[in-house]
Design a protein around this ligand. Structure first.
Ligand SMILES: Cc1ncc(COP(=O)(O)O)c(C=O)c1O
Length: 383
């Protein structure tokens, strides 16, 4: 538990002693790559998602690429997505040979602006990849209304929303494909890893083939390969970490919500809004509070975001950037996207800042972060 004086990172995993002991047992067991722990982890995940088929993988990137392949999406196809995400979200579209088509964000939710999707559709559009940034779910009712109306597949990039809900239903327990990441920073981790929630057993079988070199085994020695798969399997060591994390999900989410509430209370009493600091939506129903992200008011500040981060760092406070706008990366500019295409995503990409939020933090830590940030902003007001 960090004391007031220790460095406060923006996130830190909570792994209990029973999980550490469980990992040691797996290491001693003689079976350390994909095996019984992965099966057990998948079974628990499937139970969590209301019985839907689930397969575990070594990232929350390959899960989306595999979902696109299962959906038959490839060259000549377009996929609608958000420019404000980890670049994995659109890289997977390029990886299968399709074209990502970005649609600007809603500056309040910082998620895909659903009202702008229909104007971006063409006869080549096959799917939508919405992202639940910081765990705040995209409106699933509106999303699936649009998807059904235009016969589009949905690959939910729910990398950040494990534990979030939509109208009382767990994200991943309904809808089309749902892809989750268990990267070290996520609310539930396997160090690196991910899972894909699928619609039926034939899709799950295909996911298994794409996961491991396209191989299908039969009997004691039968092996067939009919498609190009990769090497995306999760290890038993990683799955054991995940099995040790799942029982803590509710407690982690509840703690994150408490800390997020504490941020709102602190920023209100410090009158941060009068300094132009843009806070996230105060959602305590759906979001798992994967991150607490503010957007700095660049037009009012004499400091850049990088300088604000340096000042926080000097006070022992870590902060992160999630994320720069994807369409402005060189790779995407080569594909024709330009500065000015998506003004809300670009503004957020330049100014968004992730403040520390993880279950082992204290409300004193929250007060320290909020006070430091507000003081930095007060001293940096342009005259
Ligand atoms: C929104 C989003 N999409 C995709 C990913 C990719 O997940 P992974 O790092 O497990 O490949 C992440 C994780 O960083 C993410 O935050």
């Amino acid at each position: 538990m960090p004391s007031a004086k220790s460095y406060l990172p923006f996130t830190r995993p909570s792994i209990d002693d029973a999980t550490i002991a469980g990992v040691a047992e797996v290491l001693r067991s003689g079976w350390i790559t994909s095996g019984p722990q992965v099966k057990a982890f998948e079974a628990k995940l499937s139970e969590y998602f209301g019985g839907r088929p689930v397969r575990a993988f070594n990232s929350g990137t390959c899960t989306m690429e595999i979902a696109l392949r299962i959906a038959g999406i490839g060259p000549g196809h377009e996929v609608i997505t958000t420019p404000l995400s980890w670049v994995a979200t659109s890289n997977v579209v390029l990886a299968v040979g399709a074209r990502p088509v970005f649609v600007d964000i809603d500056p309040a939710t910082r998620n895909l602006d659903l009202a702008k999707i229909e104007a971006a559709l063409t006869p080549a559009t096959r799917a939508i990849i919405p992202v639940d940034l910081s765990g705040l779910p995209v409106d699933r009712d509106r999303l699936y209304t649009i998807a059904h109306r235009h016969k589009l597949r949905v690959i939910e990039d729910a990398a950040q929303s494990f534990g979030s809900t939509w109208r009382g239903k767990r994200i991943g327990s309904f809808g089309d494909f749902a892809s989750f990441s268990f990267h070290a920073n996520k609310n539930i981790t396997t160090i690196e890893g991910g899972c894909l929630v699928l619609n039926d057993e034939p899709e799950a079988k295909l996911a298994e083939q794409y996961r491991l070199q396209g191989v299908v085994r039969s009997g004691h020695d039968g092996m067939e390969v009919e498609l190009v798969g990769g090497k995306f399997n999760l290890t038993d060591v990683a799955a054991r970490v995940g099995l040790g994390q799942l029982p803590h999900l509710n407690e982690f989410t509840a703690r994150r919500r408490e800390l997020a509430r504490a941020y709102f209370a602190q920023f209100e009493s410090l009158r941060a809004a009068s300094l132009g600091l843009h806070l996230p939506i105060a959602d305590f129903t759906h979001s798992n509070w994967h991150m607490f992200q503010v957007v700095l008011p660049e037009e009012r500040l004499s400091l850049t975001r990088s300088e604000v981060m340096a000042k926080l760092h000097a006070e022992g406070i870590g902060a992160g950037v999630h994320y720069p706008a994807i369409h402005l990366f060189a790779l995407y500019q080569r594909l024709g996207w330009r500065s000015g295409n998506f003004l809300h995503a670009e503004y957020a990409g330049r100014n968004i800042l992730t403040l520390p939020l993880f279950p082992a933090m204290t409300t004193d830590d929250v007060a320290r972060v909020a006070t430091s940030l507000v003081t930095i902003l007060q001293n940096a007001q342009r005259s």
